[in-house]
Ligand binder design. Structure first.
Ligand SMILES: Cc1cc2nc3c(=O)[nH]c(=O)nc-3n(C[C@H](O)[C@H](O)[C@H](O)COP(=O)(O)OP(=O)(O)OC[C@H]3O[C@@H](n4cnc5c(N)ncnc54)[C@H](O)[C@@H]3O)c2cc1C
Length: 830
């Protein structure tokens, strides 16, 4: 069984209390995005872990609650070089900024002890699961293997960090790590034991001698050197709330540069000894007490690590590394016990038995040294990959399209962007979903959650911004904004606003990831209807329109709406539209009624693209025009928000709006009178495909949730995953999803190569196929989730409602089917 991170907190230990008001003042001045008006500031303490006291900060501001984690040095006199929170901050900052190693984001470091008594830092709170017991009780055997594999991969990822490239080149000395460590922990042991302290064990001093004489040669060459975590155990990892992958590696107090095999051995100690917090028995590890079903053997775990890092098999040196880890553990426990005796250990009563645990580890080290063989000469054969491991590899290939060639294989650049997006979603979007929903369901629903704006800034900084902008449209904007005739990037241009230079096909691979959450697209400034409206301005906007409206939209400072559909006429046929746009001197006067103007309820919405008729007598497709209307213009009346199966999509919303004698400057017309249809075609092609791409992501999330659920829940004596009907449903869903993904990518590719008009048939096919596929997959997912699936406790119902609207919005299925059929018949006639 796992613990939710939030379950591990309790009241603050009286010995650890500090000035909460001083902390609050400091945080509001130094933590970016810290709420301005705080109604309640609650502090609780994490009970798990015994070294640097760690606290949960809950900051209430109106209906929203933000959570942070604070880590500080313990109060009182401390052992030299221990509890270095400054170093923890440094390593977390470097890894979080420059690598994909899963770590919580850090906000600020305070070295000033006058604030709360000791230095401290504040970091992101990760909502997830922590497995305190390495036996993983309550977890199905097949998931145990995945969790262990994820652990080996997390260790491999941190060991693969290029410390010189990320500013940690001087974080420690790389060579002779073990030699220095043996001396350090021997010395620490002496300091912690003796008169009036923990009782000294002579076997520990002998153990230090044995280690001094068996240090591996690689320790002096630095061959196994790099970033070392120093306390890498499964209970220092936060796993995703439902998925079996690591989202955060915690507790970096002992990190440094050095011999990474020490980390590896330490992460395996539960195979050798029972390190459960309140058990002091010797030699009680998995190898003796038995493996919980599904757990990989030590050799299999090591082999996972070695293949992820490309490390040689460590059979020859293994005895040293394990003995050293036990030795170091014993010294740490002796230190904890010593601090308990002196009355300043965080971790309270558990610290009391730490002296006995130290002796137990010393005893285990000597029995391990006495063993004849500690590891097979070679890693286990890779021939028999367990089914669940295979499954994980297959899952991986859904997220990491392997670059082994083929037509729809993204470039390295796109793959990198995709990886970064996946990490961003894991770290920031999924954990924020609940908070965002809470506000969207409260009486303040039509306000923007500050976290959404914070995430936008973060996405901008990480270069995950405006990725939807096609290369050609970016070039036009660049030409207009910089006067550079070639449209190629030049120094000083606002280039970060103009996307990553992706084609529509390339965008398909990344947009799909955003579609996994209804909240994600706008965080990356890639949400509808803004992208369609920005596309209109990029392609057809005058220089003045671009400067006034496009730039703030690209910056994400404002949002927009697209007002075409009207309640009184069948708007799937836009020739029916009745809204009038009449020229009067230097102005146009607009009169009409629109509904389903998405985004118009959003307080950030400042501009509407309105479609209406400038000439009711002109040929049928020349009557319509599009015009820009500032939403604050007199006569623009927001009548009500509409809802979809009860979801009003606050704060974005879908508005009914009346336009009563709305006067706008004539220069607001787009492209010219009678050009509305032409613009609509340009707007709708890519916009439709974006919907399809996001629907692939929604279906992919549903598949993932379905599988996870089916592997956890039992009905009639077996897992849902073991029932035949489920197997058939999930397989069929996968077929549907993959077919549709290929069709959507094909349409995007045709859009790039053939243009909007010539790609329209395939775009229409994708527009019909994608929502219908997503609905089927989501329906299956809801079925597997039972009643929970149709409730708002999972995201499935909202994703289903959104997918259902896309059989109507941006053209009902029948209209697209008509287009496909017409083209098919025309082809037959040729
Ligand atoms: C959540 C949501 C968001 C939206 N956002 C926007 C927005 O931001 N801006 C905007 O302007 N509009 C928006 N819309 C409106 C949407 O684009 C229209 O609803 C859509 O174009 C259909 O128009 P209509 O509702 O008038 O249906 P109608 O045109 O009345 O059509 C009703 C039905 O008639 C049938 N039908 C229509 N044409 C044919 C045909 N050729 N052959 C056979 N049967 C046919 C279909 O079954 C169709 O569903 C949104 C809609 C929803 C649900």
């Amino acid at each position: 069984m796992s613990n939710r991170t939030s379950d591990l907190v309790g009241q603050v230990d009286p010995a650890q209390k500090f000035d909460v008001n001083a902390l609050r003042r400091y945080a509001s001045a130094n933590v970016e995005g810290f709420p301005v008006s705080v109604s309640k500031f609650a502090v609780s303490q994490f009970g798990h872990g015994q070294s640097n006291p760690t606290f949960l900060l809950e900051v209430h501001s109106g209906p929203s609650i933000k959570r942070y984690v604070l880590r500080k040095k313990p109060p009182g006199k401390l052992l030299e070089s221990a509890h270095a929170v400054e170093r923890e901050f440094q390593v977390l900052h470097a890894l979080g900024t420059h690598t994909l190693v899963p770590v919580p984001k850090v906000f600020c470091l305070c070295n000033d002890s006058s604030v709360i008594g000791t230095p401290f830092y504040i970091m992101e709170y990760l909502e997830g699961r922590i497995f305190i017991d390495p036996k993983l009780p309550g977890i199905t055997p097949i998931r145990r293997r995945t969790i262990y594999n994820a652990t080996a991969k997390a260790l491999a990822s941190l060991h693969s960090a290029d410390v010189d490239a990320i500013g940690l080149g001087n974080y420690g000395k790389r060579t002779h790590y073990c030699r220095r460590q043996v001396e350090r922990w021997a010395k620490q042991y002496l300091v912690s034991t003796g008169d009036g302290k923990s009782e000294r064990n002579p076997k520990m001093l002998e153990l230090a001698d044995w280690l001094r004489h068996h240090i591996p040669v690689e320790d002096s060459s630095g061959a196994t050197a790099g970033l070392v975590h120093g306390d890498f155990r499964i209970d220092n990892l936060v796993f995703h709330p439902v998925e079996d992958r690591v989202i955060g590696i915690l507790d970096w107090e002992l990190s440094t540069l050095g011999n990474q095999m020490c980390d590896v051995a330490y992460s395996c100690l539960h195979y050798i000894v029972n390190i459960a917090t309140d058990d002091i028995e010797e030699n009680g590890g998995f190898e003796l007490s038995g493996f919980p079903e599904g757990t990989p053997s030590l050799a299999e775990y090591l082999s996972d690590y070695c293949s992820a890092t490309g490390r040689p098999w460590p059979a020859a040196q293994w005895k040293f590394y394990v003995a050293f880890s036990l030795f170091r553990g014993a010294s740490i426990y002796a230190g904890v016990h010593c601090r308990w005796i002196m009355g300043n250990a965080s971790g309270g009563e558990r610290a009391r038995i730490a002296g006995q645990k130290a002796n137990s580890l010393i005893g285990t080290a000597w029995s391990f040294i006495a063993r004849e063989s500690v590891l097979p000469q070679h890693p286990p054969s890779g021939k028999k990959i367990p089914i669940e491991y295979k499954q994980q590899l297959e899952n991986r290939s859904q997220d990491q399209v392997l670059s082994s060639g083929g037509r729809f294989v993204p470039s390295q650049k796109v793959q990198d962007l995709r990886d970064r997006l996946i990490k961003f979603m894991d770290k920031h979007i999924y954990p924020a979903e609940n908070e965002l929903y809470k506000l969207a369901q409260s009486s303040n629903r039509w306000t923007v959650h500050p976290e959404e704006e914070n995430l936008k800034e973060l996405a901008k900084r990480e270069g995950l911004w405006n990725l939807w902008i096609p290369v050609d449209s970016a070039a036009r904007a660049r030409r207009i904004l910089t006067g550079n005739k070639t449209g190629s990037p030049v120094d000083g241009t606002p280039d970060f606003l103009l996307g990553a230079g992706l084609t529509n096909l390339e965008y398909g691979y990344v947009c799909e990831i955003m579609g996994r959450s209804v909240w994600a697209p706008q965080v990356f400034n890639c949400g509808a209807p803004d992208t369609g409206n920005m596309e209109v301005l990029l392609r057809y906007g005058s220089e003045e329109q671009i400067r006034e409206w496009l730039v703030p939209l690209l910056e994400g400072k404002i949002r927009s709406g697209f007002a075409m559909t009207e309640p009184q006429v069948a708007s799937s046929d836009a020739t029916n539209i009745e809204c009038s746009i009449k020229r009067h001197g230097d102005s146009y006067i607009i009169n009409g009624r629109k509904w389903w103007t998405s985004g118009a309820m959003d307080p950030r919405c400042k501009i509407l693209v309105v479609m209406g008729k400038t000439d009711f007598e002109a040929p049928q497709h020349k009557q319509q025009s599009m015009i820009l209307v500032d939403i604050n213009t007199p006569g623009v009346n927001i009548i009500r928000p509409l809802s979809v199966f009860g979801f009003d999509d606050a704060p974005h919303g879908h508005a009914e709006i009346s336009f009563e004698n709305v006067r706008v400057p004539a220069k607001n017309i787009l492209l010219g009178e009678g050009r509305g249809f032409e613009i609509a075609q340009g707007r709708l092609g890519p916009g439709r495909l974006h919907h399809c791409m996001r629907l692939i992501g929604a279906a992919e999330r549903a598949m993932q949730m379905t599988v996870e659920r089916a592997l956890k829940r039992q009905a009639f004596g077996k897992l849902i995953a073991e029932h035949g009907s489920f197997l058939s449903d999930i397989a069929k869903s996968r077929i549907e999803l993959e077919k549709t993904r290929l069709l959507v990518l094909e349409a995007a590719d045709q859009l790039d190569r053939l243009g909007n008009k010539n790609a329209r048939g395939t775009i229409a096919m994708a527009k019909v196929a994608a929502p219908n596929m997503a609905l089927k997959v989501l329906d299956m997912a809801m079925q597997v989730h039972g009643a929970a699936g149709v409730s708002n406790d999972t995201i499935l119902a909202h994703l289903w409602a959104t997918s259902r609207t896309l059989r109507i919005a941006d053209g009902p299925d029948e209209v697209h089917l008509g287009t496909i059929a017409k083209l098919e018949l025309r082809r037959a006639k040729i």
